[in-house]
Design a protein around this ligand. Structure first.
Ligand code: BMA
Length: 329
C-alpha cells in the first residue's frame, strides 16, 4: 500500500470483490446488490442509509428502517459476513435518565463510530419536530445510552471522527432547514465531553455540477498517512428534483477543517435501477465504510433510492490517487 491506514482494525472477513477488469471508476458495485430491502423486514418500506462496523469478529449495524406509516426508526442488526443481516424487528430503545431527551420522535441516517472504548451512534434525531444530531453510545449493541443532542435544530449528517483531535471529540455536520433543504455546507465542531460542542469551522462549501446544491459527510472518515479520507454526498438539482452522488476528500489530520484535496468529478452516482427508482429517485447515500488496515480494502454501505442498501468497493490507494489526481483544490 502506498497510503497506509493509521490506527484502524484488521477486517479479514469483510465483504469484498475485485475491481472488474477494464473498470476505471474508483468505486465499483457488489455484484449481489442490493443486500437489504423491504423484503427483509415485514411492515417496512425500506432499509437504507445504514451503518455497519466490525464487532466481535463479525459485524454490527444500525439500520434506518421506515415503516409503512412513514415513521423513520433505527434498528440493530448483526452479521457474520457483512452481507446477510439479522435485524431486530423492534426499534432501538435509547436509555436515558434525562427526561429532556428520552422522548423519541424519529431517527434516521445513522453513523457508528468506535472511539476509545465504546461505539457511538450519531443520527438525525427528531427534537421539537425538527431534525438535529442525536448522540448515543453502546458497548454491546444491546443497550444504548442517549446523550444530549449535539446541536440546535436544524442539522443533519453528524459524523464523528474516530479519535480525539487536539484533545477533543470532533464531528462534521451540515446545518439545514426543516424540509428538503436546498442548501448545505459541511462544518466541523469540537467537544471536550460529547455534550458541549463549539469551535465551529467551515470545512467545505458546495461547488459545481453534482455537488452544487448541498454536501454532507458520509461514512466516518478513515485516518491515513495522507490525511483523513472522507466520502461525502453531493446533491445537484435537476428538472426532476435532487440527485444524490458521492465525492471524496482528504482532510488535514490535525486540522480536519483544512481540505487538502477534493474531487471535482463525482466518484459514484445513481446508475443502477435500484438507485434510480424507489421511494425517492436518484439517490446514492453513503453512511458507513469498513476499512481493512492490512490490505487497504474499503467496503462502502450506501442507501439506494431511499429503499434499499447496497455495497460498493474501493481501496485506500485507488481512492487516494483518484482524489489527488482529480482535485479541485
Ligand atoms: C435527505 C435525507 C436522506 C435521504 C435524502 C434523499 O434529506 O432524508 O435520508 O436519503 O434526503 O431523499
Amino acid at each position: 500500500m502506498a497510503n497506509k491506514i493509521i490506527g484502524g482494525v484488521s477486517v479479514p472477513n469483510m465483504p469484498w470483490e475485485d475491481r472488474p477488469a477494464g473498470a476505471w471508476e474508483p468505486l465499483w458495485r457488489f455484484s449481489g446488490n442490493p443486500i437489504l430491502s423491504k423484503k427483509d423486514m415485514p411492515g417496512s418500506h425500506g432499509i437504507y442509509n445504514s451503518a455497519a462496523i466490525p464487532f466481535e469478529g463479525g459485524f454490527a449495524g444500525v439500520f434506518r428502517i421506515d415503516d409503512e406509516s412513514g415513521l423513520m426508526k433505527l434498528h440493530v442488526g448483526f452479521s457474520a459476513d457483512g452481507l446477510k443481516w439479522d435485524i431486530d424487528p423492534k426499534r432501538i430503545q435509547f436509555q436515558s435518565d434525562n427526561e429532556e431527551i428520552n422522548t423519541f420522535e424519529f431517527g434516521y441516517d445513522p453513523r457508528v463510530c468506535f472511539i476509545e472504548d465504546r461505539y457511538y451512534v450519531t443520527w438525525c434525531n427528531g427534537y421539537a419536530d425538527c431534525p438535529t444530531i442525536g448522540v448515543a453510545y453502546t458497548y454491546d449493541f444491546k443497550t444504548f445510552y442517549q446523550l444530549e443532542n449535539a446541536f440546535l435544530p436544524f442539522n443533519r449528517n453528524g459524523v464523528l471522527f474516530p479519535r480525539k483531535i487536539g484533545g477533543n471529540y470532533a464531528m462534521l455536520s451540515r446545518p439545514s432547514d426543516n424540509g428538503h433543504t436546498p442548501f448545505g455546507d459541511m462544518f466541523y465542531s469540537e467537544s471536550p465531553d460529547m455534550e458541549f460542542w463549539g469551535r465551529h469551522r467551515l470545512v467545505m462549501k458546495t461547488a459545481g455540477g453534482w455537488q452544487s446544491t448541498k454536501i454532507g459527510a458520509g461514512p466516518v472518515p478513515v485516518e491515513t498517512e495522507e490525511g483523513w479520507l472522507l466520502i461525502y454526498h453531493g446533491v445537484s438539482t435537476s428538472c426532476n428534483g435532487f440527485v444524490y452522488s458521492m465525492g471524496a476528500a482528504l482532510l488535514d489530520r490535525d486540522k480536519p477543517w483544512k481540505v487538502l484535496a477534493r474531487t471535482a468529478p463525482r466518484i459514484f452516482c445513481p446508475e443502477e435501477l435500484y438507485e434510480q427508482v424507489g421511494e425517492v429517485q436518484n439517490v446514492t447515500f453513503p453512511c458507513a465504510m469498513l476499512a481493512d488496515k492490512d490490505t487497504g480494502r474499503i467496503a462502502v454501505y450506501y442507501g439506494g433510492a431511499d429503499s434499499v442498501t447496497g455495497i460498493a468497493f474501493t481501496t485506500v490507494d485507488i481512492l487516494t490517487d483518484f482524489v489527488k489526481n482529480n482535485s479541485m483544490v
